[in-house]
Design a protein around this ligand. Structure first.
Ligand code: ADP
Ligand code: MG
Ligand code: ZN
Length: 613
């Protein structure tokens, strides 16, 4: 998006013109004062000319003797500075000397000016050079000379505007914001019946979910100026700058009202006060105080709406959140299935899509993706399409990109030994088989033994729909599926490898949370250990342990029980299905990836017949 820097004044051309004028004048005085074309001759020629009475006039300037001949020719000769003109002409008869008109001009005056100028020019040049450097540095944005200016960027009127149509999903957020747009457009409607226009709107949500985009869309819809500054820009380079930048920003905003001031990543300045190391007076606090003061200082009918965005609402200072400041809080959350499909639609506009692309299906395969992730995904798919020299983006290309975005690019160069491949295949099929057999596990979407990023293989399970609540039985089945890889290795090869360590880590975490956070064990519905909110010096930066040693032992015991129960169940399932485990693994080793369809074929009744064919 094109932005215009508000503070950046072009260094005036007048300044450079001035310098040029001074230099030129100096040069003119220096060279211009001398009679222009005079031929240099030696002293004897001059003396001869006097003797022969050929001279009309003589002028002595310092060491130079200028003379004009009868014919009008101008010449000059140079004498030694000690010799006077009388000394030089002493050999000439008196009567000839008398005829000469000799004018001696005082050279002191002009040479003094020349001296001064000669000394001044280098100084001027150096000063000019430094000023030039400063301007240069300032332009390249470290703002050495204007650090008190806000540096807020004003979105240009004619630049491409975002509207709500660019924001897919986020229905509730949009509804709230439509109200804000109306405040900006028809303030009278509200103020005339005594309603107060809200001053601050805080957009809260994980990164990449469209907070900045929404703020832009509000400005675009309301058709008002949009001042955009990032929280971290307040606290830059010089101490004490933040507060003056805030003042400057709001001054500008008031001049342009109605308008929107957007402070992105406000947590950079809006953290709880008194939490820093520098006592009560650190830079951030002063900036924050200034923001609060400015927001309180709006007159009742000042039509400025301050929008701010953060993904850390938990660390914000409570003062920011009190009514009259950022009293409107709008949550912009990770999109759900339907919203993901919408976002995909927005970002496929103008991309050549193949007919086989099923965006709903892609939406289903991308749980946890933010809007930015989805945008990135489609971009990867388009790049892939170009790489393959295809004309349209196909469904397969998008699917391939999902894996790339989630786990890093394929590592075809990583060579696994035959044995390693086999172990990986059994491991993955172990996960998949257990997940398939248990009712509470998500359906298996794909199994692969192509190395990606750090992983040697992967099993994708994808929920039918986004889940917000998880039951105890869901966790229990999930644990089994996580252990499936480890146990399959053990059953087939008699020992386990390091390949399962990530699975075990995740399993242990789930089990611990079941005991300490979700009240899903015999220890009852009690939270053990306070959850730490924030890792920041001075404020509860440690997970506080609020239970006894005795309890800690019980928790460990409980976790162990949960895991070993899951272990037993998993072992059971795999032992009963050893034949299937081998069968599917053989197929996976051959094909390297198994799609959901291929995987399900092993469980169909008709399968036996197909196999013999
Ligand atoms: P943040 O919440 O971190 O400020 P942004 O607003 O900067 O996220 O979003 C980054 C990009 O992701 C946007 O420029 C947009 O292209 C895309 N995006 C995020 N959410 C949406 C959405 N709901 N609809 C369409 N695009 C979105
Ligand atoms: Mg943002
Ligand atoms: Zn695994």
């Amino acid at each position: 998006m094109a932005h215009k820097k508000m503070t950046e004044k072009k260094p005036s051309n007048l300044f450079y013109l001035g310098i040029a004028a001074i230099v030129l004048t100096a040069l003119y005085i220096f060279f211009g004062t001398q009679e222009a074309p005079a031929e240099k001759v030696n002293l004897t020629t001059f003396q001869d000319a006097v003797k022969n009475e050929q001279i009309k006039s003589v002028e002595v300037k310092g060491n130079k003797i200028f003379f004009t001949l009868e014919k009008g020719e101008k010449k000059f000769a140079i004498k030694e500075s000690d010799d006077t003109i009388t000394d030089i002409l002493s050999s000439i008869p008196q009567e000839k000397r008398d005829k000469l008109e000799i004018e001696i001009t005082d050279t002191e005056g002009s040479s003094m000016w020349i001296n001064i100028l000669a000394n001044l020019i280098p100084v001027l040049l150096i000063v000019g050079f430094f000023i030039f450097l400063f301007r240069q540095a300032q332009n390249s944005n470290n703002q050495a000379l204007s650090f008190g200016k806000s540096g807020a960027r004003l979105q240009e009127k004619d630049s491409k505007k975002n509207t709500f149509a660019d924001v897919a999903g986020a229905k509730e957020a949009k509804e709230e914001l439509i109200e804000i747009v109306d405040f900006l457009k028809n303030p009278l409607k509200y103020t005339s019946i005594g309603a107060k226009i809200p001053k601050g709107v805080l957009l809260i949500g994980p990164p990449g979910c469209g907070k900045t985009l929404l703020a832009r869309a509000v400005a675009g819809e309301a058709d008002v100026p949009f001042f955009n500054i990032s929280g971290s820009e307040f606290v830059e380079m010089f101490v004490g700058v933040g507060a003056s930048r805030v003042r400057d920003l709001f001054k500008k905003a008031k001049r342009n009202a109605p308008c929107i001031v957007f402070i992105d990543e406000i947590d950079a300045v809006g953290r709880q006060r008194g939490a820093g190391l520098g006592g009560g007076h650190d830079e951030r606090e002063q900036t924050l105080n200034q923001i609060l003061t400015e927001m309180d200082g709006f007159e009742k009918d000042t039509n400025i709406i301050v929008m701010a965005a953060t993904n850390r609402p938990d660390v914000l200072d409570p003062a920011l959140l009190r009514p009259g400041r950022f009293d409107r809080r709008i949550v912009v959350d990770i999109p759900d299935i339907a919203e993901r499909t919408e976002i995909l639609k927005v970002h496929t506009r103008g991309k050549p899509l193949d007919k086989n692309v099923d965006l709903t299906n892609i939406g289903r395969q991308t749980p946890g993706f933010s809007g930015a992730d989805l945008e990135n995904l489609l971009n990867e798919a388009t790049i892939l399409t170009a790489k393959k020299n295809q004309k349209t983006v196909t469904h397969e290309n998008i699917e391939q990109s999902i894996e790339k975005v989630m786990m890093g690019p394929e590592r075809k160069s990583r060579v696994l030994s035959k044995k390693e491949k086999e172990i990986t295949a059994f491991h993955e099929v172990g996960h998949a088989l257990v997940a398939h057999k248990l009712p509470n596990c998500d359906p298996v979407h794909k199994i692969s033994i192509v190395s990606r990023g750090m992983a040697l293989g992967a099993t994708w399970t994808i929920p039918e729909e986004d889940k917000h609540l998880y039951s105890k039985s869901k966790f229990e089945d999930e644990l089994c599926s996580l252990l499936g890889g480890h146990i399959a290795e053990k059953l087939i090869f008699g020992e386990v490898t390091t390949g399962a360590s990530n699975d075990l880590e995740r399993a242990s975490k789930i089990a611990r949370k079941m005991v300490t956070e979700y009240g899903m064990s015999t220890l009852g519905p009690i939270i053990y250990g306070e959850r730490s909110h924030e890792i920041f010096l001075g404020r509860d930066f440690m997970h506080s342990k609020n239970y006894s040693e005795e309890m800690a032992a019980k928790i460990d015991q409980e976790i162990k029980t949960i895991i070993s129960t899951a272990y037993g169940r998993t072992e059971d399932i795999l032992k009963k299905n050893l034949e299937k485990l081998r069968e599917i693994t053989q197929s996976l080793l051959k094909k390297e990836t198994l799609s959901r369809k291929e995987f399900l074929e092993f469980f169909e009744k008709t399968h036996g017949a197909k196999r013999s064919a």
